[in-house]
Ligand binder design. Sequence first.
Ligand SMILES: Cc1cc2nc3c(=O)[nH]c(=O)nc-3n(C[C@H](O)[C@H](O)[C@H](O)COP(=O)(O)OP(=O)(O)OC[C@H]3O[C@@H](n4cnc5c(N)ncnc54)[C@H](O)[C@@H]3O)c2cc1C
Length: 329
Amino acid sequence: MNGLIQPGGLWVYCEQGPDGIRPVVFELLGQATRLAAAMKCAVTGVLLGGTGSQASDLAQAGADTVLCVEDASLVAADELRHTGELAALVQQYRPAALLLGATAFGRSLAPRLAARLGTGLTADCTQLDIDPETGLLLQTRPAFGGNLMATIVCPNGRPQMATVRPRVFTAPRRDPSRACRIVTERSAATGSPIELLGRVTLGAEAAIGDADVLVAVGQGIGSAENIALAERLAKKLGGALAASRPMVDSGLVPYVRQVGQTGKTVSPRLYIALGISGAIQHMAGVAAQTIVAVNTDPDAPIFQYAHYAVRCDCGAFLREMLDRIEEGE
Ligand SMILES: Cc1cc2nc3c(=O)[nH]c(=O)nc-3n(C[C@H](O)[C@H](O)[C@H](O)COP(=O)(O)OP(=O)(O)OC[C@H]3O[C@@H](n4cnc5c(N)ncnc54)[C@H](O)[C@@H]3O)c2cc1C
């Protein structure tokens, strides 16, 4: 074992995508720094197949040590290979806790790894803390369709594992003066029974799960023209169009854009809900930082969730917004 990484530390899995380290990794490092101070331990970023310059980025965001597995083929490897590599590292260094991003890859990797290690996993946490008495990781997440917040602990299994959705936390300001130790390990060469033939990326218009801004339409939108205006507004704001289920069921909007219990869970910075009543099955999929609700009914349930409530006709709202934005262009 390398003495630079002590057992009982806090680890962050540093997932890489086609554009480098995923932004959620930096958001997790920000939280990890805070948690590690309470746990009185160090933060280790685990980079499978990464480079030294990436380690420096991780250090600036809070990693005390970066554990690099030197094998470039790991960058694009599948989750089964990453499961094997991470399991080997965890068994060798015995961290107390491991945080992963709840990306598509992370959601597939984390449960496999937890099962392999015989430990627990809390998915989609929205808050993480340390119990001052027990030192356990308090993993808080919405439960029962978002009606309750459940705080979950893992008193026996190790590491305590949690995934966190992208954009739930903000990334810390980078500190260029921070450096870190880099520990390199050889690949455990665990292999995978999957032969990866290629990856298919959904078109930008379909990726509502990754959008920073969503303009969502419901049955109150009124007309196909208004849906087109909503899509225009989404594009102007650098976001995407989303919809409630009836809009999808009626064939007006494709299923890839449906938000809710039987659609996607989204966590944009801004969610503009146009003519959406706010049914529990819809809101179960909305984890936005700011919700603007536009509705003609003052008693619409969506107003209970909204940070900004706009009582007006959606068509009028859309035309006014677009006029103002286009005036300023
Ligand atoms: C098992 C199950 C799973 C489900 N899964 C999902 C899911 O994943 N996603 C989902 O969305 N739903 C889901 N539903 C359906 C859900 O219960 C609601 O029926 C649905 O979300 C309502 O959609 P809506 O808000 O667009 O329509 P409505 O409830 O009809 O609301 C329309 C709103 O528009 C307002 N409005 C009307 N005219 C205007 C105007 N001119 N300007 C502004 N506002 C106006 C009205 O006041 C109203 O509040 C599910 C239901 C079940 C039973």
